[in-house]
Each structure stands twice: as structure tokens, then as C-alpha cells.
Design a binder for this molecule. Structure first.
Ligand code: RET
Length: 260
């Protein structure tokens, strides 16, 4: 199928198309709001949290533009064993690709807030990129149904590393840094929502195919909205209001109070 044909198919599915454009509009508004919220922030660490968080809606616009234009969407023939074996299934593989760019930004902001050292930050971000790229591989593998799930399992292993850093390492760091309150709120939001992604992957057309493509796409779009915009808003509002706490935070990244 050519890109124009894919584009026509997407436009014909109004519900699907709307889910893309709703996210593009929301991302645009968020950028304006976040720039406004950060206009007086001066501490470099607080600024870095703002910059990382601002990248999320910027990547999001690119991501959804890729989907809406048909550039990062393909019709793939599912292998034997899959519920829709032999059928051409619409696969929004651009999502997995762009998550590899947006989710590291979310983790960078969270790690900075927790007062992470470089090792933990590196571990979480690299594992996260691994999760997204192997998730992409799972979605694009059409040779074998079993191997799709093999990729899925590898992606889940990377995800486990991310969860470990968030739930164990950074939770303890945030306690020491005095940012535990806001960190815990954002951690719960992140862990609960992020767990939804592999669940919808498994239930959607990519996995067991018990859910319709448009329903799965709306589920991802809905989770994206909370995981990105609600998350970013809560984080940035706190950082803007508590810049001195962020500025005075001791951390292995190079602290304002060395040796603390
Ligand atoms: C996949 C499928 C393979 C197994 C796992 C997955 C996890 C994806 C996650 C995505 C989070 C995305 C976010 C995007 C916001 O911009 C790739 C679905 C574990 C956790 C938060």
C-alpha cells in the first residue's frame, strides 16, 4: 500500500484521525503553557527539568503528525498463529519509535527531581530506549508470531529495569533530597500509566487482537495525555514554585552543596 492509500484509510476512520489531531492540538497548547510557566525560572537544574519536559510535547507533535500523515503507519500481514493471520493489520509503529525519544525526557526530568546520580540516570534512560526499540521490533516482526512475543518479553525485561530504578532507587534518593512528596505522586502516576502500555499492546491488534485498532489507539492517546501533559503540568508547577529546593538539592550529578 502506498503512503497516499494509507493516508486515505486513516482519514476514512474519523475516530482514529480525531485521536491524532486531538493530541497535536493539546501538545501545541501545552508548549505555550509550559513556556509561560517557566519564564522566571533561573536555576540551571530547574531549567533542565523544564527543557526536558518541554521536549515531550514537541516530540508528541512530530509523533502524531507522523501517524496522521500516514508516514509512520503501515498495513502489515500478520504471521500464522496470530488471531488475524494472513490479514493486513494497520500498525502504528511510529508510536514506538517516538516513545524512544519522549520517554527518556520524562525519565530525565524525574531523575533530576529525585536527585539521581549519573549511573542511575544512564541505566534508566538506556533501559527505557531499549524497551521502546524492542517494542518497535515486536510490532514490526511479521515472520513469526512466537518471535513477536519474544521481542515483547525482551521489551518487558528492559521495562523491569526502569520500574526498579523508579520504585526503589529514585524513591530513596528523593527521600534524601527532600522531594519525596512530589516525586511519589509523579512516580505512582508514571508507574500505573506506563503499565497500561504493555497491557494494551498485548490486547490490541499487535498482540492477541481482542481489541479493535481504533480502541487501542484511543487508549494509547488517552494514556499519552495523562502520562505527558498531566504529568508535566504537575511537575513544572511544583518546580516553578519550589525552585530554591531544586537549586539546593544534593546529588551525584554535581550538586549545589558538594559533599552533602
Ligand atoms: C510496549 C510493548 C512491549 C512491552 C512494553 C511496552 C511498553 C511501553 C511503554 C510506553 C510508554 C510510553 C509513554 C509515552 C508517552 O509519551 C513497547 C508497549 C513493556 C511503557 C509514557
Amino acid at each position: 500500500m502506498t503512503q497516499t492509500e494509507v493516508y486515505r484509510e486513516i482519514r476514512a476512520d474519523q475516530l482514529l484521525n480525531l485521536s491524532f489531531w486531538a493530541n497535536i492540538a493539546l501538545a501545541g497548547l501545552s508548549i505555550l503553557l509550559f513556556v509561560y510557566m517557566g519564564r522566571t525560572v533561573e536555576d540551571p537544574r530547574a531549567q533542565l527539568i523544564f527543557v526536558a519536559t518541554l521536549m515531550v510535547p514537541l516530540v508528541s507533535i512530530s509523533s502524531y503528525l507522523g501517524l496522521a500523515s500516514g508516514l509512520t503507519v503501515s498495513f502489515l500481514e500478520m504471521p500464522a498463529g496470530h488471531r488475524l493471520a494472513g490479514e493486513e493489520v494497520l500498525t502504528m509503529w511510529g508510536r514506538y519509535l517516538t516513545w524512544a525519544l519522549s520517554t527518556p525526557m520524562i525519565l530525565l526530568a524525574l531523575g533530576l527531581l529525585a536527585g539521581s546520580n549519573v549511573t542511575k540516570l544512564f541505566t534508566a534512560i538506556v533501559a527505557d530506549i531499549g524497551m521502546c526499540v524492542t517494542g518497535l521490533a515486536a510490532a514490526l516482526t511479521t515472520s513469526s508470531y512466537a518471535l513477536r512475543w519474544f521481542w515483547y518479553a525482551v521489551s518487558c525485561a528492559f521495562f523491569a529495569v526502569v520500574l526498579y530504578v523508579l520504585l526503589v532507587e529514585w524513591s530513596a534518593d528523593a527521600e534524601a533530597a527532600g522531594t519525596a512528596d512530589i516525586f511519589d505522586t509523579l512516580k505512582v502516576l508514571t508507574v500505573v500509566l506506563w503499565l497500561g502500555y504493555p497491557i494494551f499492546w498485548a490486547l490490541g491488534a499487535e498482540g492477541f487482537a481482542v481489541l479493535d485498532v481504533a480502541i487501542t489507539s484511543w487508549a494509547y492517546s488517552g494514556m499519552d495525555i495523562v502520562a505527558k501533559y498531566v504529568f508535566a503540568f504537575l511537575l513544572l508547577r511544583w518546580v516553578a514554585g519550589n525552585e530554591t529546593v531544586v537549586a539546593g538539592m544534593a546529588s551525584g550529578l554535581g550538586a549545589a552543596t558538594p559533599g552533602a
